[in-house]
Design a binder for this molecule. Structure first.
Ligand SMILES: Cc1cc2nc3c(=O)[nH]c(=O)nc-3n(C[C@H](O)[C@H](O)[C@H](O)COP(=O)(O)OP(=O)(O)OC[C@H]3O[C@@H](n4cnc5c(N)ncnc54)[C@H](O)[C@@H]3O)c2cc1C
Length: 507
């Protein structure tokens, strides 16, 4: 594995999102002095928090999987997840509701899920589910060790017997077809393939290898921290501060200072602010976690890619504080529309809003009522939508956003959430225009899509040309988008700095 050149005693981490916090903990554990510079006023980045009318609203991820990766970051500084967070396993992990009126609870226990599948679709499908589960477990074991939790120096790094094992498992086929080889019920297939959208690719086009996401949430389990998802970055920041990290909040990094009067290949300082407000923080090495366009601007060199990056679809989110809730909702409910393939076409090609939407509704107050005022409830309604390069542009969302919100509320009322619009007492609507305003390319918070050409060693690398002491972390680089993956990216970045095999790495 290639590592950074020269001294790395003091590392500046730019960004206190989950990737930056993971990097900071792993660097502290390896004995580095760490300064974390964050433009916001609190940690979390995309895993943010808004407080509104007595509601504590998580603005980003809601589905927490693979908590062992969080524990690994705490363990780097001799801490434990159990001491820092109260994680509640969610049973069921999801509730899936279909347009024909049927519903399925997605259990992560093998027997409970097989029984639920048998009730829902018969004994043959339950047998298929057990085979699918076995395949998901093998797929995860082959990929995690070699292709996800791994620093690649070149595509040649792929050449390993595990590549043959992955191919033998059908990892290079198409996701939808592979899942269909185990189960035939079209509704069940959706439950194990919709996760491709997290990777920004339709299930019919995604590599079967991406079923590893279905492993994470349908087999390994979904959790929720008491205090909300934002409790996770807060706990990580607290652990890093206790281990000696220096946090500078409210500091926007404006440039990186280079050696040899500005033309050298070493970053000598991170500079925040402008004019008289400039603050110069000298460093031996730097970990950069902002979105790729910001990172490349700071580095002063866009990467040479033969084809421009393709970005994932985006999302509209309505955070609704309500005076009632509905018994059919779980902590996580996926409300599938009748349409499916056409929905992905709309999101990724035609660029129109979903004509028959599939929606993720999260009700965090089902698990932690303290996130809302007494007797009130929080509903987080996520509607995937095209990014601003494929669909409506930033300007259009000013008018479109409120109209789309109204149509989503009407649609959900038709789907059984009667009286939803009238029950909303506080709301916060987030559209691609808001994601763009936060600096996210293509108005999507989900970064570069996980197409084959943007996966593994073909994804923007965490080492950059022309700089000997900078390394990238976060969802734009390897391994990719999502809480587990950005935690790994922070650990991999730390390993590039320290040269060590990341602590806790499974062999
Ligand atoms: C709405 C939404 C729902 C999601 N749902 C899920 C889910 O359910 N499950 C899941 O696993 N994943 C989910 N994700 C994905 C996951 O949350 C992200 O991939 C992950 O949080 C990104 O972390 P990051 O550290 O790479 O980036 P960020 O969180 O964006 O961190 C980068 C940090 O850098 C800071 N920064 C940027 N520029 C500068 C600068 N110039 N100077 C100083 N600081 C700067 C930013 O303020 C930010 O804090 C979701 C994301 C969103 C937005």
């Amino acid at each position: 594995m290639k590592t950074l050149d020269g001294p790395t005693d003091h590392v500046v981490v730019v960004g206190a999102g989950l990737a930056g916090l993971s990097a900071a903990l792993h660097l502290l554990g390896a004995g580095r002095a760490v300064t974390v510079v964050e433009r916001g006023t609190r940690p979390g980045g995309r895993a943010g928090r808004v407080e509104h009318g007595g509601y504590r609203i998580d603005t980003g991820p809601t589905v927490l999987t693979m908590p062992d990766l969080v524990d690994e970051a705490f363990a780097a500084v001799g801490d434990t997840l159990a001491d820092r967070l109260d994680l509640v396993p969610l049973h069921p992990a999801y509730r899936a509701r279909f347009a024909d009126g049927s519903a399925l609870d997605v259990h992560t226990g093998a027997d409970a899920m097989a029984a639920e599948v048998e009730r829902f679709a018969g004994a043959r499908e339950a047998y298929g589910y057990r085979r699918l589960r076995h395949w998901l477990e093998k797929l995860y074991a082959v990929q995690m060790r070699r292709f996800i939790d791994a620093n690649f120096d070149s595509p040649l790094g792929l050449l390993h017997p595990d590549l043959v094992r992955l191919a033998a498992l059908g990892g290079f086929g198409r996701l939808d077809a592979r899942i269909g080889s185990f189960i035939s019920d079209e509704r069940l297939r959706r439950v194990f393939t919709f996760q491709a959208l997290y990777a920004g690719v339709p299930p019919a086009k995604a590599l079967a290898a991406y079923a590893v996401i279905a492993y994470m949430d349908t087999v390994a389990g979904v959790y929720f921290p008491r205090g909300g998802m934002h409790a996770l970055p807060q706990a990580m920041a607290d652990a890093a501060a206790d281990a000696g990290a220096d946090f500078r909040y409210g500091h926007d990094v404006s440039r990186l200072e280079r050696s040899a009067g500005g033309t050298g290949d070493r970053i000598t300082a991170v500079v925040t602010g402008r004019g008289e407000d400039q603050v110069r923080i000298p460093c031996d090495a730097v970990v950069l976690t902002p979105d790729l366009p910001v990172t490349y601007r700071l580095l002063g060199r866009p990467p040479h890619r033969p084809v421009p990056l393709r970005f994932s679809p985006s999302a509209v989110i309505l955070h609704a504080g309500t005076d009632r809730t509905w018994p059919g909702l779980g902590h996580h409910t996926i409300s599938f529309g009748r349409a499916w393939k056409g929905t992905f076409r709309e999101l990724t090609h035609t660029g129109s809003l979903m004509s028959d939407p599939s929606l993720l509704i999260t009700r965090p107050t089902a698990t932690d009522p303290s996130l809302a005022p007494p007797g009130r409830h929080l509903h987080y309604i996520l509607a995937p939508c095209p990014n601003t390069l494929v669909g409506p542009g930033v300007q259009e969302w000013a008018d479109l956003g409120p109209r789309y919100r109204d149509s989503l509320l009407t649609e959900l009322e038709h789907r059984g959430l009667d009286g939803l619009a009238a029950a909303v007492e506080e709301q916060c609507l987030v559209t691609p225009a808001d994601w763009a305003a936060q600096g996210h390319a293509a108005g999507t918070p989900f970064s570069a899509a996980h197409t084959f050409a943007q996966t593994g060693p073909f994804r923007p690398r965490n080492l950059v040309r022309g700089t000997t002491n900078a390394v990238l972390a976060g969802c734009g680089t390897t391994p990719g988008v999502g809480v587990p993956t950005v935690l790994i990216s922070g650990k991999l970045a730390a390993a590039r700095v320290t040269g060590g095999v990341p602590r806790g790495r499974r062999r």
